[in-house]
Write a protein that binds this ligand. Structure first.
Ligand code: HSE
Length: 308
């Protein structure tokens, strides 16, 4: 028996919502988990690249594979151990670009393995295992449920989340560069401790952001998208970010610009034809710094993971 699951990409943080906010995007990975017929055949991990654009060779094919690790935790939860299993990942989500590729394969692997086991774990357990494996819940939550999600890992490891409707007219423009930025590296530049002043700044901005989404208030959204917890430290790792921030200043129908997840992709939120008007300038800006980009304008993905 085998089970395949389709899981969307995600963009996390959305500026001030570090490790807590995320939005699902309509780019997908497909994860298939099957019990191998031959006992003793061990773990087999295959990765098939759909778009042939991104380097997937660095993804481990053994027990160090993150999908395997997540599935192992699920088996432990039900009192079993993984022995012979085949995992196939068809990947269309750009890897190490800040678009939730690891969250998508963790979530897909867990949902597929759970189904294979006869669905012993509910969504809450799967979300908790996925967040533990990933280290934070902001990508895995929208990858599971779709939409714009707020999530929090609680002291007992459970995840509290809410899913909200992202205004359809607020377009998500992703500028995906041709270089990788590992999340571990992007997190290593963050300080272990921050000042009360910076923490309070982000609480204000993050609350404002959620309220702006609830009310579809674009002026409030424009004021809310800044942060002092991660972007100031990551800026030097994300080519073009500073320049784009300068470029969009006071531009009509551009609501803001943030690092997508831990980067290096950049998310520009726009209305109407705001982004089209500046797209050529953005391309020129990246040409000047010798970075090739794949620019995509996307709507929110509201479905989340689906068993195929
Ligand atoms: N919240 C995470 C970070 C997202 O900013 O490091 C990346 O997985």
């Amino acid at each position: 028996m085998k089970v395949s699951v389709r899981v969307p990409a995600t963009t996390a943080n959305i500026g001030p919502g570090f490790d807590c906010l995320g939005i699902a995007l309509p780019i997908y990975n497909e994860i298939t988990v099957e019990e191998t017929v031959m006992p003793g055949s061990g773990i087999e991990i295959n990765i098939i690249e759909e778009s042939d654009t991104y380097d997937i060779l660095s993804i481990p094919r053994d027990e160090n594979n993150i999908v395997y690790k997540a599935i192992d935790l699920l088996y432990n939860f039900v009192g079993q151990s993984v022995s012979d299993i085949k995992i196939t990942i068809k990947t269309d989500i750009p890897v190490t670009r800040g678009l939730g590729s690891s969250a998508s394969v963790i979530v897909g692997g867990l949902i597929a393995a759970n189904k294979l086991l006869g669905s012993p774990a509910d969504d809450a357990v799967l979300l908790s295992i996925a967040s533990e494996t990933e280290g934070h819940p902001d990508n895995v939550t929208p990858a599971m449920f779709g939409g714009f999600c707020l999530s929090s890992i609680e002291e007992d490891g459970s995840v509290t989340y809410t899913k909200k409707e992202w205004p359809e007219e607020w377009k998500l423009n992703l500028i995906i560069p041709d270089y990788e930025l590992d999340t571990g590296i992007s997190r290593s530049v963050l300080p272990e401790k921050v000042s009360l002043e910076d923490a309070a700044y982000n609480i204000r901005k993050c609350s404002m952001l959620v309220d702006a989404v609830n009310k579809k208030d674009k002026e409030l959204l424009k004021k809310s998208l800044t942060d002092k917890l991660h972007q100031p430290y990551r800026e030097r790792l994300v080519k073009g970010f500073k320049e784009i921030k300068d470029l969009i200043r006071n531009k009509d129908d551009i609501l803001g610009c943030v690092i997508s997840g831990s980067g290096p992709a950049i998310l520009v939120i726009s209305e109407k034809d705001g982004f089209e008007k500046i797209q050529n300038e953005i391309k020129e800006l990246f040409n000047e710094i010798n970075v090739e980009t794949d620019i995509r304008t996307l709507n929110v993905e509201n479905t989340g993971s689906v068993i195929l």
